[in-house]
Design a protein around this ligand. Sequence first.
Ligand SMILES: Nc1nc2c(ncn2[C@@H]2O[C@H](COP(=O)(O)OP(=O)(O)O)[C@@H](O)[C@H]2O)c(=O)[nH]1
Ligand SMILES: [Mg+2]
Length: 199
Amino acid sequence: MSGRSDRIVPLAVKIVVSGGLGVGKTTFIGAISEIEPLDTEAAMTQVSVGVDSLEGVESKTTTTVALDFGRITLDPTIALYLFGTPGQDRFSFLWDDLVEGALGTVVLADTRRIEECFPAVDYFESQGAPFVLAVNRFDGAERFELEEVREALGLGGDVPVVECDARERGSVRDVLGALMDRVIGVRGAAPKRRVALVR
Ligand SMILES: Nc1nc2c(ncn2[C@@H]2O[C@H](COP(=O)(O)OP(=O)(O)O)[C@@H](O)[C@H]2O)c(=O)[nH]1
Ligand SMILES: [Mg+2]
C-alpha cells in the first residue's frame, strides 16, 4: 500500500462578491454554498442609525461587519471560494486584503439604489480586475434594460451585465458561469497589438 490517494484535489479559485449594503451578497453566497456559509452578520444597533443608509431596505436588521465566506465545487477539478465584501464604505479599507489573489468579482446591484454599487465598480475598474455586474431583481423594483444599467454605471462593453435572483441557486450559478467565461476571456485574450510610433 502506497498510502497515496487517487482523490482529486480541486483547484481552489477565489471569487469576490461585492456591491453596496443590502444588495444581496450574503443571500447570494448562502444560496450556493455547499458549506454552511460563514457570515458575520451583526445585529444593526442604534449606533449605525443615520450612518448606514437603509432607504429601500427597511426589513434589513442585520449587516455584515466582516465578511461572508462560502464554497461551491463546480466539478471535481475546480472549487470556487466566495468572499463577500463588507457593504459599508467605511470598511473598504479591508478590500485590498480581501481581493488579493482573487480571479474575479461579482458586483451586485439593486436598481432602486444603483449608487450603492458605485464604490465597488470604481474599485474593481481601478484594479483592472475582471468583474461581472449582476442586477439583483428585487420585488417591486422598477425593471430596467440591462443596457440601461450598463449606461447608468458607465460600464464598458467588455463587462458582462446579467440579471439574477440571489435567492435562487441556479441563478447564482449562472452569474458565476458568466464570471468564469469573462475570466477565461480575459486570460485568453490576444495580447494588445502595439505599433511602433515612427514617421
Ligand atoms: N426579492 C429579492 N430579495 C432579495 C434578493 N437578494 C436578497 N434579498 C433580500 O434582501 C435583503 C438583503 O440581502 P442581504 O443578502 O442581507 O444583503 P447584503 O447586505 O448585500 O449581504 C434580505 O432581506 C434578502 O432576503 C433577491 O434577489 N430578490
Ligand atoms: Mg451581508
